[in-house]
Design a protein around this ligand. Sequence first.
Ligand code: BG6
Ligand code: BG6
Ligand code: GLC
Ligand code: GLC
Length: 941
Amino acid sequence: MCHHNRFLLLNVAKSDIISLVFQVDETLCPFKLSQEQLQLVKARMRAGLEAGLKTKGSSAIKMLPSYVYRTPDGTEHGKYLALDLGGTNFRAMMVNFKRQNARLYHKIYTIPLEIMQGTGEELFDHIAQCVSDFLDYMGMKNAHLPAGFTFSFPCEQTAIDTVSGTLVSWTKGYKATDCEGHDVVSMLREAIKRRNEFDLDIVAVVNDTVGTMMSCAYEDPQCEIGLIAGTGTNVCYMEEEVDAELSKMCINTEWGGLGDDGSLDDIITPYDMEVNQNSINPGRQRFEKLTSGMYLGEIVRQVLLDLTRGGLLFRGHVTETLKTPGIFETKYLSQIERWEKLCVSVRETLGLKGTCDDSIIVKEVCGAVSRRAAQLCGAGMAAVVDKIRENRGLDHLNITVGVDGALYKLHPHFSRVLKDTTEVLAPQCNVTFLPSEEGSGKGAALISAVARQIITSRTGRWTLLDIMQQFRRELAKGLGRDTNPTAALKMLPTFVRSIPDGSEKGDFIALDLGGSNFRILRVKVSHEKKQTVQMESQIYDTPEDIIHGSGTRLFDHVAECLGDFMEKQNIKDKKLPVGFTFSFPCQQTKLDEGFLITWTKRFKAGGVEGMDVVKLLNKAIKKRGDYDADIMAVVNDTVGTMMTCGFDDQRCEVGIIIGTGTNACYMEELRNIDLVEGDEGRMCVNTEWGAFGDDGRLEDIRTEFDREIDRGSINPGKQLFEKMVSGMYMGELVRLILVKMAREGLVFEGRITPELLTKGKFETKHISAIEKSKEGLSKAREILTRLGVEPSTDDFSLVSQVCTVVSFRSANLIAAALAGILMRLKENKGVARLRTTVGIDGSLYKMHPQYARRLHKAVRRLVPDTDVRFLLSESGSGKGAAMVTAVAYRLAEHSRQIAQILSEFRLTTEQLLEVRKLSQWCVCVCVCVFPCVLCHYLTPS
Ligand code: BG6
Ligand code: BG6
Ligand code: GLC
Ligand code: GLC
């Protein structure tokens, strides 16, 4: 029942008051919702949200994934254009993010009704025209800026970096033809192309709710909900359970569709029905039509018409004005409800010639309609915050809602009623509503900044997950007997079956060839009380002409350096066991053999590919004749690194290199390695992950700069992953980007010096120097001066941004691949939580000031159920190679000793045949003396 307690201010005769009040209140009664009704709306909203998440788009509330995985973290930077279509106006905006600060410039354009409801082509041509005007206004026609597109209608997206949005259906006042079911980004791009006057790089398309959430989250990290209460109404929020692998993603609920399945029929009034019937989309957006700016005025007009027809208003005089749809705008509602100029408002703004009493009734109608709208939005919001609270398993939730829209901002009571209702209906949540100051454009620009990071360099988490999955598939492909020949990852068996067990000992030589230095080491492992290692080493030059000359020269050089080292160590007369770290892909069938598959990195010596490098080195040593060596093991540097770290930490089962090149090895279950016989135990596999993408898998994320690097390399089309991430190429990537930016006038005032154009002039160590926060600036000055440019302060910041983008991408991509390996280990072991250690080496990882931290963080985010220890290999891979050699040496010694003992037992074939007959005796000897070995000797082939 409704209460008749208002209208006391009406200037009518007392006797009439009662009847008037009664009749008006009767009319407004259905707008007054009880607590129980609001609770029901909340429950229906909640059910709608759940159904939408389950059915993916086919229910009343669509719950569209936005592929925005996080709110801003303050690292966003650069200049972006933001285009904001779908609210009251079209707005073009330029946003410049600099160190947690955003500068904004914008211009507003109205979109005429005939354009909103004309053809799609006309609409997008009109937008292109507005953008053109804005770029003129900003003097930025030639800037080719990255742009974010706020498109405030329901769109289906597939991933943020594919940059497309298929319009599901128009809402609010739009009805342009040939747009529904089409990608609006393509339509905008085509319109820009048709104008043929400027270019834009559209890097993100977002809903206004998402843009608003991001804008507000820039100020308040607790903001994880975006609400629009404007022409239309809608909410987005960070949902935790979108996909098993991702913890959070922003979902555009499109809550305006609640009730499209009839679930709100019990609260819908005849006036709402009328508004719905007259709208351009009857039957759809039922919740929106009860709550948003585009419809509230119309509802009020319908009620006024009814009251006037019943003689309760305007002396029963139904004017043409009152009969005109759209005449009563929501902004009037706001004005009327602000008490001050009430009578004037109604009369002047509406052109409705009524008395002040009429005005009071009009205000009462407005109040009922707007209050209901705010309460319904509050009920909806209560459902959303309760869902988030439950998702997180919390008793109490503190959360901020970023809000935009004219209704929220201009209406005198809407915001208060919304807040009160939310509080009453969701008592376990403390909800702060934060109005967005600058519209959703800033948020769209923030998302663009993130998206751009993915497209150009800094790979975002969603693509990283894809990459991780792709990498895992490739691992499996490389391990399979039939699939290995066509797999990009060669997954080479190493014949190393365990990490050091502490029993190794002896005096060894280790050669370490293939990283930035050629090093020879002497490694003494002793066992007095505890195992100790003593090492001495020397670095030798490997001049360019040797690594690019003939194989014979290369190995002669290695043999010569080894001779020199032995001489200096005074061991030329000894035949010490040698471990050979050879940091290139080798096919092995045993420990002391390695057929080079292909050179990588800088090496290109002729006649070595396809050959056994152990044989080549032995040959070179023999040829000299001044010393002897026993090469017992050839190991990849990743394996050497894993073994070095395994010496200190028994849990180490992965070795990775992030240096000149990049690669990883890990302990795989033997049963999964088709290329090696046997099912028991594990073997270390050299993945050669530098070749990831050589089959075209990474094409989506390779940039023009990556392609240029590849074209200019000694092995085009090969090691594509390595070329995106490793030390040999990163400096060059930065140089190429700077050249392009200079050509476009974005840095160095457009000046390009011969040094800047010289390949190799910008090295990866320069990236590390520039990214050091303290000396970074002076280093950057020094480096850039050497490149012949005179940098301005802005140039420094741009160059350092480019460095960050390139090194971030590297760390992220390596994290994705490493995460793939960790997931595999976890699966192999069948554990819920993996505890493991990764041994790491390489100059990039060691020298770059932030690389390690970024890598660790990204890995931990990608494989959340893992405790990973990253262990830096302090002493290079030589120590590990010595460990492998120690094991090989021990086994070889063992076999040699057995062979020696058995030689005394060796019988002639005749004797053997004789003996075989006496099998009983044989078994006895076998068991008593040398079980299996003897059996073997006693069984003729
Ligand atoms: C603006 C946002 O501030 O508010 C738009 O920038 C949004 O993206 C709009 O669509 C919503 O409000 P209204 O009242 O203009 O529909
Ligand atoms: C060294 C290892 O520490 O790192 C080498 O001993 C390895 O075996 C090298 O190849 C990798 O790093 P970079 O930066 O020298 O290529
Ligand atoms: C409509 C649109 C929605 C938008 C909202 C607010 O409901 O469908 O996408 O967010 O209006 O502008
Ligand atoms: C290259 C080599 C690989 C090595 C890596 C790191 O990718 O092919 O074998 O491990 O560089 O040095």
